[in-house]
Design a protein around this ligand. Structure first.
Ligand code: DHB
Ligand code: MG
Length: 618
């Protein structure tokens, strides 16, 4: 099945039909499911749409939806057949041979499988006269037919060669259906396969389906198990994405179509289908570096903060205004040539992440195969060939091998400063990097880091923060050496809430948060002050030994505990518009990142901004 046709429903994408077709073709799809509304709203004739698709290299694999057809009284049937004939005329002009009929939700329908089968047989016979066929789909909210098992019973009973099933993963998995029975259906009776993922939500299924579907790999469904069952039937038809999603419906269709294609490539890889020239993701071994982009206002502040946190400026890039700062295995690049958005506080952002890859060249090949945009790079003479790709929010992602000999290691691009190494404050490395995602790119980003970098994502969680609900998703490689946190708002952020304009942070690891915090404080590091109310509540919840409780309070250390262990963490103030550092001690395999403490941290950052006279003085 290496040559499955990759198809996308026009309903997945934003814009007019023309926008959608161009985006689908550019992302490499072989065909589209044409949604009736996209056709009806288009000024192009069906013949012109057909020509346009042909020019773009797209087939039209399905016409849909045809609703409320089966199990109706004779007069309604007559009207439905007339309606169907009109659609067959359109399909003939479009050059499409399969029409999707979804199970009825009509009050006219009756609960009578015999009648449904008879009428679908009639419809299939009419379709067959024109060389067309009918794919019958059980909507999860169909009035009488709402499981694939039921639709299959009816299709079997109707027994017409031009009548088969459309299986849609959403309708099966949203109801907790058992996909293993799919294995008993003959492949030639499966006419069409629609794939959609979704987050786990306990809500009305129709609303869930119409607003929250996701591309495979972005949600919580077992698409792999589902597709595996479908493949076992010998199904050889298209793999079509059918995703109704409020965000994708209003996002730029070009990256959305690429995101969609990436989801299929990842699914194919998970199923072990040989295709797409995909090199498996090489093993990762931690962060090589994180790069901060700073301007002339924020750079001195960041440099001073790094020094106070115990970092040493160990290197200077040979051709660019970039400094290397190190402590333990933590490496931070301070790039003084690029500013984020400026302001009184200065612009600062995490511009790049670099992960240690066992095979950087293979990582880069895989990233390209996973459609990650390659970033242009200016390279000085004798500098290392370091290529990077752009994550959806523009963050550059590098694949490096720091330990390689000097000609291939990025470190050789830096001249040693030769200054004496600071003994430090106990920071041993990078624990994680947290990136706040633009609202429209949250799900795309999670899939990007899975597919392109090879991280595994954990399910999203959410919490209430001072400026709105926040959802967060962590991703890590198999060994937990590269941890990434993605945060985003649950609804698009409005004008209010300036104090949390996409902050990002680098979390540093220590084995002793109390000692590290004390050392940093002695050096005048800008540690974020946490109010007493937090510690009163902490004590009520955890009943910590008095000495420990006092140390946390004194040093503004945040605390949490799970069934595995504890986390002690503290943060710096915001350094420039949107960057801060966190210092993290984990004990006993604590799995999270202290998300429960994010709201108190956000409120404290807000107070800091107001005190510093930064923007957001509402
Ligand atoms: O939401 C719907 O009505 C709808 C229509 C057609 C489909 O294929 C589907 O899965 C859902
Ligand atoms: Mg469907």
């Amino acid at each position: 099945m290496a040559d499955a046709r990759r198809v996308i429903a026009t309903v997945c994408l934003s814009g007019t039909l023309e926008d959608k077709l161009v985006a689908a073709a550019a992302a490499g799809f072989d065909g589209v499911e044409l949604f009736e509304n996209d056709l009806v709203h288009s000024a192009w004739s069906p013949a012109r749409i057909r020509r346009c698709c042909a020019e773009l290299g797209l087939d039209i694999d399905l016409y849909q939806p045809f609703r409320d057809f089966e199990a109706v009284p004779p007069d309604v049937l007559r009207a439905n057949l007339r309606r169907a004939e009109a659609k067959f005329d359109v399909m003939a002009q479009l050059g499409v041979d399969t029409m999707l009929v979804c199970s009825s939700v009509s009050p006219d329908a009756v609960d009578d499988d015999e009648l449904a089968a008879e009428q679908l047989h009639l419809l299939a016979a009419r379709a067959a006269e024109r060389g067309m066929r009918i794919a019958y789909e059980a909507l999860a909210w169909g009035r009488f037919v709402n499981t694939y098992e039921h639709s299959w019973r009816i299709v079997r009973r109707a027994d017409h060669p031009a009548l088969g099933l459309c299986l849609d993963s959403f309708h099966v998995l949203s109801r907790g259906g058992d996909p293993s029975l799919i294995r008993t259906i003959p492949g030639e009776k499966l006419f069409f396969l629609q794939l959609a993922d979704a987050p786990k939500l306990d809500m009305d299924i129709l609303q869930w389906s119409r607003h929250h579907r996701l591309f495979p790999g972005q949600g919580a469904f077992d698409l792999r198990g589902f597709t595996d069952a479908v493949l076992s039937t010998g199904y050889a038809g298209p793999w079509s994405l059918e995703v109704f999603n409020d965000v994708f419906r209003q996002a730029d269709p070009r990256p959305a179509a690429v995101d969609a294609m990436r989801s299929l490539l990842l699914l194919e890889e998970q199923l072990g289908l040989p295709d797409a020239g995909l090199a498996p993701a090489p093993r990762l071994a931690g962060y090589a570096f994180a790069e901060l982009a700073a301007d002339e206002v924020s750079a001195p502040r960041l440099a001073a903060a790094l020094a106070a946190l115990g970092f040493s400026r160990t290197g200077q890039h040979r051709s660019k205004p970039v400094e290397l700062w190190e402590q333990g295995d933590a490496r931070v690049l301070l790039n003084r040539s690029t500013a984020d958005e400026s302001g009184a506080e200065g612009g600062a952002a995490i511009g790049a992440l670099a992960v240690e890859s066992a095979d950087p060249a293979r990582s880069a090949r895989r990233a390209a195969a996973m459609l990650a945009p390659t970033l242009p790079r200016t390279r000085g003479p004798e500098e290392t060939e370091l290529s990077s790709v752009a994550a959806p929010d523009g963050t550059a992602v590098f694949f490096c091998r720091t330990g390689a000999d000097d000609t291939t290691s990025w470190l050789s691009d830096f001249a040693a400063t030769g200054s004496e190494r600071d003994p430090g404050t106990g920071v041993t490395g990078v624990d994680h990097v947290a990136l706040t995602q633009p609202f429209d790119q949250f799900d795309e980003a999670a899939l990007f880091y899975r597919a392109v970098v090879g991280l595994q994502a954990r399910p999203a969680t959410e919490f209430a923060a001072p400026f709105g609900m926040v959802r967060t998703r962590t991703a890590a490689d198999e060994t937990g050496s590269v941890r990434l946190a993605l945060d985003g708002t649950l609804v698009r952020r409005g004008q209010w809430a300036p104090a949390v304009r996409h902050p990002q942070h680098i979390a540093l690891r220590t084995d002793d948060a109390v000692a590290t915090a004390r050392a940093m404080r002695e050096r005048g590091a800008p540690i974020l002050r946490i109010p007493d109310n937090y510690y009163d509540d902490l004590q009520a919840r955890f009943d910590l030994p008095p000495e420990r409780a006092a140390a946390l309070r004194e040093l503004s250390i945040l605390y949490d505990r799970d069934e595995h262990g504890e986390i002690l963490h503290l943060c710096t103030e915001l350094l420039g518009s949107r960057v801060f550092f966190e210092i993290v001690e984990r004990t006993g395999g604590y799995a999270g990142r202290g998300e429960v403490n994010a709201p108190v941290r956000m409120a404290a950052h807000r107070r800091q901004r107001l005190a510093n006279g930064g923007w957001g003085t509402v």
